[in-house]
Design a protein around this ligand. Structure first.
Ligand SMILES: C[S@@+](CC[C@H](N)C(=O)[O-])C[C@H]1O[C@@H](n2cnc3c(N)ncnc32)[C@H](O)[C@@H]1O
Length: 321
């Protein structure tokens, strides 16, 4: 190690940057998805765009969560998957006590508090139980939660592991317990549109720059998905953005800023999980009944519904069999 350190010190800055990229690429190919994802969250967390939807739950999304969470009062045992700042704030604001925040990235559990603090929201962490664990293996008592909630958690679990994930969540819920989760479903409206045309559609639209960035990102992410793996490579999106030629400097800057938004993800080789409604419904329906589905009306997407799922009881399982 000492020898390697001495040799590396002789390299130019440019060569050192190249070596760093090389190492990241090797790591990205070697690490399993969950390790890449943990690396990504440990390094990034929730810093920006808390008030931008669909990246985060909107006001109306929060009202939907609230409606179903408080159905029957706030004396419920709740498990929050991930550290989504606005969901932590909602639970605390609604008076839930000792809810569990489960996240495999301790850095993100902490960083989410700072993100809230920047919005002027002070949350009392004494009222929370922090659990550093992968959702697939949470060491919690079976059948002990009234409600599990999360924001876009299916985008964080590889499709091949999702059957195990829904089983685990169902096992933690009491009989008739609820799983309330905002979904992210692949929009197929642009499947036959050339990615270049998708870029042009956004470049010449009139929405604000931040909204345009997210709209372009989500459209390319859905359009460039690999149907076999149900994922989209961030590098494929970046290549598409950077190969678009425009003489307009501002538009060029805009496209580079979108590429930059996902460059950290590309660096660790972490794909986006991009699934169709049917693919998700098939997995979920093995363990849950869809009690209700509601879509926020304060942002212009209909592929991010909140699912209110009820754990299937033994009778409903037998009926399916
Ligand atoms: C709630 S999810 C997604 C929310 C967000 N709106 C998004 O899509 O960017 C993100 C959080 O889940 C955590 N996370 C992701 N996969 C996880 C896993 N398998 N086990 C535990 N925590 C996980 C991350 O560390 C992060 O804090």
């Amino acid at each position: 190690m000492h020898l390697m350190h001495s040799i590396l010190k002789l390299f130019s800055n440019r060569d050192l940057l190249y070596v760093r990229r090389l190492i990241t690429n090797i790591l990205a190919n070697k690490l399993p998805y969950r390790e890449q994802s943990k690396l990504f969250w440990d390094d990034n967390g929730y810093t920006r765009n808390l008030r931008i939807s669909p990246a985060n739950p909107s006001e109306d999304d929060l009202n939907i969560y609230k409606k179903y969470l408080t159905d029957g009062g706030n004396n419920k045992k709740v498990l929050l998957l991930g550290s989504t700042p606005l969901l932590r704030h909602l639970l605390s604001e609604l008076g839930f006590q000792n809810y569990v925040v489960a996240d495999f990235s301790f850095a993100t559990i902490e960083n989410s508090l700072w993100a809230l603090n920047k919005l002027g929201i002070d949350l009392n962490p004494e009222n929370e139980i922090w659990l550093k664990s992968d959702w697939l293996y949470m060491p919690l008592e079976p059948q002990s939660y009234d409600c599990v909630i999360g924001d876009m958690v299916f985008t964080q679990i590889e499709p091949s592991k999702q059957p195990l994930f829904v089983k685990k969540i169902s096992s933690l819920l009491k009989q008739n317990g609820n799983f309330i989760v905002r979904m992210c479903m692949c929009n197929t409206d642009f499947d036959d549109v050339d990615p270049k045309k998708i870029i042009e559609g956004i470049l010449f639209s009139e929405t604000s720059a931040v909204e345009q960035r997210f709209a372009l990102l989500y459209r390319l992410r859905d359009r460039l998905r690999d149907n076999k793996t149900q994922t989209t490579s961030p590098s494929t999106i970046i290549n598409e953005l950077l190969k678009y030629q425009t003489p307009d400097e501002k538009k060029g800057d805009f496209l580079r800023s979108v590429a930059k938004m996902i460059s950290k993800r590309a660096e660790v080789g972490l794909p986006f999980i991009t699934q169709l409604k049917d693919e998700l419904d098939e997995i979920i329906s093995k363990e849950f009944l869809l009690e209700a589905s509601a879509t926020a009306s304060d942002y212009a997407y209909d592929n991010f519904p909140i699912y209110i799922l009820r754990k299937k009881n033994i009778v409903s399982r037998l009926v399916i069999l």
